[in-house]
Ligand binder design. Sequence first.
Ligand code: NHR
Ligand code: GAR
Length: 201
Amino acid sequence: MKGVVLISGSGSNLQSLIDNANHIGLEIEAVISNKESAYGLERAQQANIPIHTINHQQFSSREEFDQILSQTIDQYQPEIIILAGFMRILTPEFTQKYTGKMFNIHPSLLPKFQGLNTHQRALDAGESEHGVSVHFVTDELDGGPIIAQSRVNVLADDSADSLAKRVLVEEHKLFPEVVHWFTQGRLTLKDSQAFLDGQAL
Ligand code: NHR
Ligand code: GAR
């Protein structure tokens, strides 16, 4: 299945998708970043994947940025759009266009800790468990139907960094697995509900 991956940073989740691409039936047609400095762009180039940078600062509105982003994506006619550490909030016009085929990995056990700085906020809240969620992207920020989660224990001496590292290990396993379900045609979105093999998740 043809896919496009959107990133903003290090791209370690992109790397896990690249490494598992054959096994999960994914062909990454392009990687798009809103930041020129994103290390994930180098990972894409190493893997001979075309890259695009669309600097959001050069647009006067989110709508204009999203229009160019959408045009760039559509050149590749992807069947799946993957947000892998992508850090720009997307407009409803954009998300509605790709409903049911756009996925995000979010570093918390949603619905807990939507938005940013999730690891520090989990520590501050005294959580004993933390983790990662993969969800369908809808216009509700971090609020689309949850598909799968992985958990980690919070340790007494954890910092936001040590916790983030342990969560990332789980991210790198979970995201390719969920993408594989979708490329196999097992995962669908219907009436704002995620289904795997016809069973509501
Ligand atoms: N867009 C929509 N409509 N719905 C979602 O569920 C989205 C989305 C865009 C990105 C990823 C999300 C995350 O997993 C994501 C999900 C960025 C922000 C944010 O506040 C919040 C959530 C997510 C990504 N971004 C700031 C902004 O003004 C910029 C922050 C920065 O550049 O560091 O866009 O956490
Ligand atoms: C990951 O932990 C991902 O879950 C999170 O950013 C990190 C990106 O790492 N995503 C968000 O916070 C989305 N707002 P990576 O670039 O190495 O994959």
